[in-house]
Every structure is written in C-alpha cells, then in structure tokens.
Design a binder for this molecule. Structure first.
Ligand SMILES: Nc1ncnc2c1ncn2[C@@H]1O[C@H](COP(=O)(O)OP(=O)(O)O)[C@@H](O)[C@H]1O
Ligand SMILES: N[C@@H](CCC(=O)OP(=O)(O)O)C(=O)O
Length: 280
C-alpha cells in the first residue's frame, strides 16, 4: 500500500462521462429526515457538470431509508417484504425531491430502476444500454437505483446486485464511464476503520486491491448504510479491471465533486499504476 502522506498528481481533464454514487448515510440525517442540503448541492453540482459538457449518471441509494423516515421507523425491518414496501414508498418520494431540486437548476432527470438479471440477459441489457445512451445524448441525468421491489435472490433466479456500490461499478463499466465518484459518509479509504482507530490514515491513491487492503475494510459504519468499505473496494476492483478510475470521497458536501474534477487531492483515488504513469 502507498504511503498515506504522499499526494500524487491527479488528471481528471479528460473525464467526459462520470457516474456518481451517493449512499444512504449521505442522503438521510441520523434522525431519519431527508438531507435536503445534500440533495440540493448534489443537484447544483451535477447540473454544473452537465453544463460544462460532461455526461453524468447518478446512482442513488436512499429508497429504504426515505421510506423508513416516511413511516417513522427508527430501525430497518428484517422482513424482506417490509424492506421492499419501504423502498417502494421511499423511491417515489426520493425522486420527487430530486425532481424538484434539479428543476431549480433547469436540469432534466430520469429514473432507471435495474435488477441484475436485466443486465445479464443480452436483449434487455442492450435495451438498457440504448436508453441510457439516448438519455445522456439529450443531456438528461439518469438517476439509477436497484429495483428493490422485485430484486430478491432465489436459488434459480438471481436478481439482486447485492448493494448499490456494486450497482454503481456495473453501471460505470457498462456505460464506459471514465470515472466513478463514490460519495460516502467517510473521507475516503483509510489504513484501518477510522471510526474505530484514531491513528487511521487516509490513503491518497490505491493502485490495486490486495488481500491486505480488504483486511483493512471493516463492516458498514451506520444503521442505514448497507455496503460498508468491503463492497466499495470490490467496486473499485471492477473499475480497475476495466482500466477506469474511481474516487471515494465524503458526500457531506457533494460540491466536493467540483474539487475532484479540478484535480484536488480529495478522498482516495483508485487508478491502476499503468494508467497513472500514462496520464502523468
Ligand atoms: N478502512 C476503512 N476506511 C474507511 N471506512 C471504513 C474502513 N473500514 C470500515 N469502514 C466503515 O465503512 C463506512 C462506510 O460504509 P457505509 O456505512 O456502507 O456507507 P454508505 O452508506 O456511504 O455506503 C465508514 O463509515 C466506516 O465506518
Ligand atoms: N437500493 C437500496 C440501497 C441499498 C444500498 O446499497 O445502500 P447504501 O449502502 O446506502 O448505498 C435503497 O435505495 O435503499
């Protein structure tokens, strides 16, 4: 693993298409209410990027969390049908809020709900691809989430992505995006879980996901978040395999994406070493 205090130069100039993933913990306050400031800033920032001529896809979690807030539930229910019903309530509310906030900046958005099998089956995968390309061509920001109402893993029918970290990596690689920006409740990937260890240090750049890095990632940090750091590293692995870049950063102020695009050393950059050498 790289020395945590070494800050490498970054080169985001050629990023034309990017996927931004935002997790539940960045979208919902600890008291269960929607974080309007985060959504507003996200809308402002992503619209700003589209106005600069970039193509942007948003992968947003939060359906279950928003649904919990709507019903006043403090704890995520364990029954699958309850989680799915909450997602159904929360997704439409979440999209209503996104729609309102993006409209303030004159930005069109759309909803794309996916399941794993849809992207496994060649014909439906092609349809999704064409729809996404058309949306991006029109300057629309597709807002993607898992179709939680139908996604369940059964023995003979595999429909779940697992979590939105995986989904965002799949969306980014399938859409040939140059960069995946993963916004979480933490500043980046640390040498160990910073919520447990005070001496944890932020890693600036990671060129490969080793067994050692996976060991440094603990479980999910919050009641609402599901993925935890392990799934973020797995997502990063898919991005590195596709020879693309990922930045993991804190989603508390989503306008941080402007700084990322401006080559500021924000969060953790995942880039394979060959590509890192090429761009420098
Ligand atoms: N090495 C690590 N570096 C950073 N965070 C870590 C690490 N290991 C475990 N974590 C935990 O992962 C959490 C982020 O995952 P999660 O709560 O699922 O966020 P999100 O809702 O944004 O997907 C952090 O808050 C932290 O507690
Ligand atoms: N599809 C679910 C999100 C699941 C998920 O991965 O959540 P998170 O760990 O907050 O990104 C929802 O919208 O609630």
């Amino acid at each position: 693993m790289e020395e945590p205090d070494m800050k490498a130069m970054r080169h985001m100039e050629n990023v034309q298409r990017l996927v931004v993933k935002i997790g539940t913990s960045s979208l919902i306050h600890a008291n269960g209410k929607i974080n309007l400031q985060a959504i507003d800033q996200l809308s402002y920032t992503l619209t700003g990027l589209v106005n600069e001529g970039k193509q942007v896809i948003l992968v947003s979690s939060g359906a279950i969390g928003v649904g919990m807030g709507q019903l006043g539930l403090a704890k995520r229910p364990t029954k699958i049908q309850e989680q799915q019903a909450l997602a159904s309530i929360g997704q439409s509310e979440l999209m209503t809020v996104y729609q309102q906030r993006f409209a303030v900046y004159g930005q069109k958005i759309s909803q794309v709900l996916l399941t794993h099998d849809v992207l496994d089956f060649p014909k439906s995968k092609e349809h999704v691809h064409h729809t996404m390309e058309q949306l991006l061509k029109w300057g629309v920001i597709p807002v993607v989430n898992e179709n939680d109402t139908v996604a369940v893993d059964e023995l003979d029918h595999y429909t779940k992505f697992g979590d939105n970290d995986q989904l965002s990596a799949i969306v980014a690689t399938r859409s040939n995006a140059d960069l995946l920006v993963m916004l979480s409740d933490i500043d980046g990937f640390y040498t160990k879980n910073p919520n447990k260890y005070a001496d944890a240090q932020l890693v600036d750049v990671l060129h490969e996901i080793t067994k050692d890095s996976l060991k440094r990632a603990g479980g999910a940090g919050t009641e609402l978040g599901t993925g935890g750091m392990t799934t973020k590293l797995k997502a990063a692995q898919s991005i590195l395999d596709a020879d693309k870049m990922m930045v993991l950063a804190n989603g508390v102020n989503p306008s941080i994406i402007f700084k990322i695009m401006n080559n500021e050393p924000i969060g953790t950059l995942f880039i394979n070493s060959q590509k890192d050498k090429e761009v420098i």
